[in-house]
Design a protein around this ligand. Structure first.
Ligand code: S3P
Length: 423
């Protein structure tokens, strides 16, 4: 689907509620499926990725029902699936479910779409194999043929700061005798640990090391907050579209996800947190943003996992900052739904940005008036689609985004909410 986006002149104004967090939605379904009894999930995401996780759990025998909330009824155990388990475009679904399924007493096959079938799974297959798992694949790519085995605990140190790898191993460790320990180089998002605690699992964290023991999860009512990764598009639009002043309500502010807020502050953007509170074990607040004169900065090291999904939209932001913005240590961005380094650099260049690709990030010189006046593409990647849409709001000439429908992977409400801030 092609979408035309034009420059806006009057600024974004008003307030919107940010829809449900995709990361937390995946975890809520999987952990509720593992808890014996009835769980209630409030504000479950309407994105296709969490819906893939829900469908996978249904195919594993979990009963689900939608009224206003999502109700999950489970015996606390999965049963052998009658079909292959389609994870769609969702790396989170595949990596998390690999951890859960490796230790079952049945076999299963995880499949994905074209993009997911190219993404690296060695990062989870390797540690799971050390736990005694048997996973057959072609060169560590999906489909993953999982031969259920009894697993044993491990003490694993990961080279990657990846919440997907960490969660996979914690989920596998949840049913192992003994202590499973996972250490990561920098802290990645900790929603899995928080939700496991919220559901009474035996889990503890010390620095970058998390330890889990065999536990029975207790069903809960889980209320999911708004997704800061979705809010990031509006944070950026509010900062770069002249005359904007907006409030984003109900945004998750877990400190392992708020790298974008730290960077906006470093860039001298006008950003304020209001009404900080806690919901189902996660910090939540409202964010006030207004148009700002931005300064460039360097983004590297331990902040990277705290804003990994926001780097494409941060590239757009940096085109409007005075000076040279450097992003380093983000090589894993090449392994996301697309090679996000190559994709964002190529497309932003087309519309007039001064941006260069490096092996582990990019360098942007600003401030540049973006020219637009051309077609850009999304590489079947939701984050590219939304980043380019926001860039289009300040391009001198309209742009046409080819492949805009990919926004539905995480944020089907995106365009409507954008229009709400324009009217
Ligand atoms: C996610 C973790 C991140 C992120 C992905 C969602 C999660 O991946 O990019 O969109 O929900 O745990 P990595 O942890 O592999 O970097």
């Amino acid at each position: 689907m092609k979408k035309n986006v034009e420059k806006i002149f009057k600024g974004l104004k008003g307030e919107i509620s940010i829809p449900s967090d995709k990361s937390i939605s995946h975890r809520a379904v999987i952990l509720s499926s593992l808890a014996k009894g009835k769980s209630i999930i409030k504000n479950f995401s309407k994105g296709q990725d969490p819906l893939s996780t829900l469908q996978v759990c249904k195919n594993l025998g979990i009963e689900t029902e939608f009224n206003d909330d999502l109700i999950i009824t489970s015996t606390g155990k999965f049963s052998a699936p009658a079909t292959e388990l389609d994870c769609g475009n969702s790396g989170t679904t595949m990596r998390f479910m690999a951890g859960v399924l490796a230790g079952q007493n049945f076999n299963s096959i995880l499949t994905g779409d074209e993009s997911l079938s190219k993404r690296p799974m060695k990062r989870v297959i390797e540690p799971l194999t050390l736990m005694g798992a048997e996973i057959v694949s072609d060169n560590f790519r999906a489909p993953l043929n999982i031969l259920g085995k009894e697993l044993h605990c491990i003490d694993y140190t990961s080279k990657l700061a990846s919440a997907q790898v960490k969660s996979c191993i914690l989920l596998a460790g949840l049913s192992c005798e003994g202590k499973t320990t996972f250490t990561e180089p920098y802290t990645s998002r900790d929603h899995t640990e928080r939700m496991l605690k919220f559901m009474c699992a035996n889990i503890s964290t010390c620095g970058n090391t998390t330890t889990i023991q065999k536990s029975e999860l207790k069903p809960q009512t889980i209320e999911i907050c708004g997704d800061i990764s979705s809010a990031a598009y509006f944070i950026t639009a509010g900062l770069i579209v002249p005359n904007s002043e907006i409030i984003l309500k109900n945004v998750g502010l877990n400190l392992t996800r708020t790298g974008i807020i730290e960077i906006v502050k470093k860039m001298c953007g006008n950003i304020e947190i209001l009404d900080l509170r806690s919901i189902s074990g996660e910090e939540v607040g409202d964010i006030k943003i207004s148009y700002s004169q931005l300064k460039a900065c360097t983004i590297e090291g331990e902040i990277i996992p705290k804003l990994i999904d926001e780097l494409p939209i941060i590239a757009v932001l940096a085109t409007q900052a005075e000076g040279t913005t450097i992003v380093k240590d983000a090589q894993d961005l090449r392994n996301k739904e697309s090679d996000r380094i190559k994709a964002i650099v190529t497309e932003l260049k087309k519309i007039g940005a001064d941006i260069e690709e490096t092996q582990d990030g990019f360098i942007i010189n600003g401030k540049t008036e973006l020219q637009g006046g051309c077609e850009v593409k999304t590489y079947h990647d939701h984050r590219l689609a939304m980043s380019l849409y926001v860039a289009g709001l300040i391009c001198k000439n309209p742009i046409c985004i080819n492949g805009f429908e990919w926004v539905n992977i995480s944020f089907p409400e995106f365009e409507k909410l954008c229009n709400d801030l324009l009217s």
